[in-house]
Design a protein around this ligand. Structure first.
Ligand code: ZN
Length: 443
């Protein structure tokens, strides 16, 4: 059986939407059925997983439900890098697209997509956009790169065309083009990196155009969290909502997962799409943590045929919520990603993730760009240096340090430099987002 015929019957969005509102037992039964098919496919088609089963005392037929996954090892980014060729599960001629991972930590990896994988990607985005209230009446400006082998822009385009929304593929590289497309085509929704869309709005204001009057009803955010741990909007989210006078939706996704978690209208976390993904949250030892506890997100994207994965350790730290959502869906919801495992900072017995510091800086007047450098100070403690861009002479480094300390209980070293010095360090041609975290710790 080819991979495509295995999954092609599944992309029925009406059925998919119904499943998310079904009783938890029905959702679990459907997921277990799809998991068994996924395991069969891996054992039959993926050289990496075929050899994993050959080395284990576990047979594919021993895995019949999510709880059985604990019998199997995790797949890590290192496996993808070091044994790359073994992950391809179809003939090369079945590959129709290649997407590069972001390479935020480590090297960028090429994830190869079959035509079935692109259909799956489109279906994923269709359900996500529908959950956020999108319809064929929407005109959507996708301010996300579709080129340079990025998955997100392609996925959004494919998903919106399934809904029959009108898409403006504006890309992410040019704020003046984004502003021009908004002025000329009056989209009803935007998709993009929140801090960049905030800058576009401020740019329009400088031109005497009020963003709040442009008719934007929704903004779907990518790449940066817009919600706090309690699901309230972060300062960045509030800033966007006020500037554009619209609803803001958070998303979480990655190229390896090829699946997204998107806010519904209740804004209570990213709903899991049960036909496309099984998520586990694990502690440092790989053991599952209770719902509501933070841990590493481990993803098993169901139904991928080109380069399928099993128990993939994403490196992202988040928590899963199992109680039903007020929107009527019963699917689990993933809370905002609070940081990356590899970027966890340890200071005087406290654990800190860089985004907590970014959140403080985003809310401070006079701050115009920033980045963080971290070095090993002594065993089990890191030295954090926060470099802040500002041309406001009244802003002192001690004031910024106190504000950060009030939030995270650790007082870092703060240096203030002209804003252009920040841009020189953080804007890099080879990265899709500004680089604002520099890890100089010895391994
Ligand atoms: Zn919901």
């Amino acid at each position: 059986m080819s991979g495509d015929s295995l999954i092609s019957c599944r992309f029925d969005s009406r059925r998919g939407a119904e499943l998310s509102r079904a009783p938890l037992s029905d959702i679990a039964a459907r997921q277990n059925d799809l998991l068994k098919r996924h395991i069969d496919y891996l054992a039959g088609h993926s050289p990496f997983y075929r050899s994993m089963f050959a080395d284990l005392d576990v047979r594919p037929e021993d895995i019949s439900c999510q709880a059985d996954l604990a019998k199997l090892p995790f797949t890590c980014k290192d496996d993808l890098e070091n044994r790359y060729d073994e992950f391809l599960a179809v003939e090369q001629e079945e590959i129709v697209d290649i997407c590069l991972t972001s390479g935020t930590t480590g090297k960028s990896v090429a994830m190869q997509q079959s035509s079935g994988d692109l259909e799956r990607l489109a279906y994923n985005e269709e359900l996500s956009f529908r959950a956020a209230g999108f319809s064929s009446a929407d005109r959507v400006l996708v301010a996300v790169a579709s080129d340079r082998c990025f998955m997100a822009g392609l996925a959004y385009f494919l998903g919106l065309t399934r809904i029959k929304s009108t898409v403006l593929r504006g890309g992410s590289g040019n704020a003046s083009l984004t502003a021009e497309l908004i002025r000329n085509f009056r989209p009803s929704a935007l998709v993009g990196v929140p801090s960049l869309l905030l800058n576009v709005g401020k740019r329009l204001q400088r031109e005497g155009i009020e963003p709040a009057r442009q008719g934007i009803k929704r903004i779907v955010c990518i790449g940066e969290p817009v919600r706090n741990r309690d699901f309230t909007l972060s300062l960045l989210g509030v800033g966007l909502e006020e500037l554009w006078h619209c609803r803001v939706f958070g998303t979480y996704a990655s190229t390896e997962m090829a699946t997204s978690f998107t806010d519904c209208a209740s804004g209570a976390g990213g709903h899991l799409l049960p036909e496309l993904m099984i998520i586990e949250i694990v502690d440092e030892n790989g053991a599952p943590v209770p719902h509501g506890t933070f841990g590493e997100v481990v993803a098993t994207p169901l139904g991928v045929t080109g380069m399928p994965l099993l128990r993939f350790k994403t490196g992202d730290i988040a928590t899963l919520h199992a109680d039903p959502c007020s929107c009527g869906r019963n699917t689990h919801r993933l809370g905002p990603v609070i940081g990356r495992k590899s970027q966890m900072l340890k200071c005087l017995g406290t654990t800190v993730y860089p985004p907590a510091i970014f959140t403080v800086l985003q809310g401070m007047h006079g701050v115009c760009g920033y980045y963080i450098e971290v070095e090993s100070e002594f065993a089990l403690s890191d030295r954090i240096r926060v470099v802040v861009g500002s041309s406001d002479s009244s802003l002192s480094s001690s004031f910024v340090a106190e504000r950060i300390a009030a939030s995270i209980r650790v007082k870092p070293e703060v240096v203030i430099v002209p804003p252009e010095e920040i841009l020189k360090v953080t804007i890099r041609d080879d990265k899709r987002k500004p680089v604002i975290f520099f890890d100089k710790r010895s391994l």
